[in-house]
Design a protein around this ligand. Structure first.
Ligand code: CA
Length: 251
């Protein structure tokens, strides 16, 4: 139910797990007072926020900040929100919440057909917007978790969760459990940056910074097994200090 999933929910484990990861929100809004007040409120709620004040800088922020969610105003200078949304959708499944001052139903539907996940009409309450942000992040997370029961393919890599089997260009590759789990989480989030915190939580089941080098060592071992040239990774890309992302850079 779009737009109807925003009521306050009692705290539960799922919510705690989502809150445990510092989600990155990109706010694209040219009205500076609105952007500032929304950014401030989101930061107070524990989100990491980056603001962009026109469409073009918004698009470049999508490609450099790797947000977990985008809040997108439709009426923007340089590149309007509709075109920005279409462009982003060609590149990524990142959840998008649209802000619009246009109240006509047709505009709402148009926004959703573009692949946006939710919308909110101006003027809005910041509290309501934050409730929507949490609801959309929850939906995105649970959709990704459901995908984890199936099979994944990125370029020449295929991973079958049920059979716990990985092949690279058709050749079976044996991966120890942690490397298999790392690859599974990355492949379930293809093209999306998975933060170091999320990898710790999903692979090691902890937020506690187990020796932070451990993750990088496991990634190195994994690259040695699956990359054609581990020193110039085709698949697993590093976002220094943030996390890792699996892509098919030959595609
Ligand atoms: Ca605007």
């Amino acid at each position: 139910m779009r737009g109807g999933d925003s009521e306050a929910r009692p705290p539960n484990l799922e919510q705690e797990l989502i809150d445990a990861v510092k989600h990155r929100i990109l706010l694209i809004e040219d009205e500076v007072p609105i952007a500032d007040s929304v950014a401030y409120a989101l930061e107070q709620e524990g989100f990491e926020v980056q603001c962009a004040y026109d469409g073009l800088s918004g698009l470049s922020a999508v490609r450099s900040f790797y947000p977990d969610l985008i809040i997108l105003d439709l009426m923007l200078p340089k590149l309007n929100g509709l075109d920005l949304c279409r462009t982003v959708r060609k590149e990524s499944n990142v959840p998008i919440i649209i802000l619009t001052a246009k109240t006509e139903e047709i505009d709402r539907i148009l926004g959703l057909e573009l692949g946006a996940d939710d919308y909110i009409c101006k003027p809005f309450s910041v509290k309501e917007l934050i409730a929507r942000v949490r609801a959309v992040l929850r939906r995105a997370e649970s959709a990704r978790d459901k995908e984890e029961i199936s099979k994944f393919k990125v370029g020449g890599i295929e991973l079958d969760v049920a059979r716990r089997r990985v092949t690279v260009d058709g050749n079976p590759v044996h991966l120890p459990l942690k490397q298999f789990e790392l690859l599974r989480v990355l492949m379930a989030n293809k093209d999306r940056v998975v933060t170091r915190e999320e990898l710790f939580r999903k692979v090691w089941g902890t937020e506690a910074p187990i020796d932070t080098g451990t993750l990088d060592v496991h990634i190195r071992w994994l690259r040695e097994k699956i990359e054609p040239d581990p020193s110039h990774p085709r698949y697993i890309k590093t976002l220094r200090g943030v996390g890792y992302r699996i892509v098919d850079s030959e595609a």
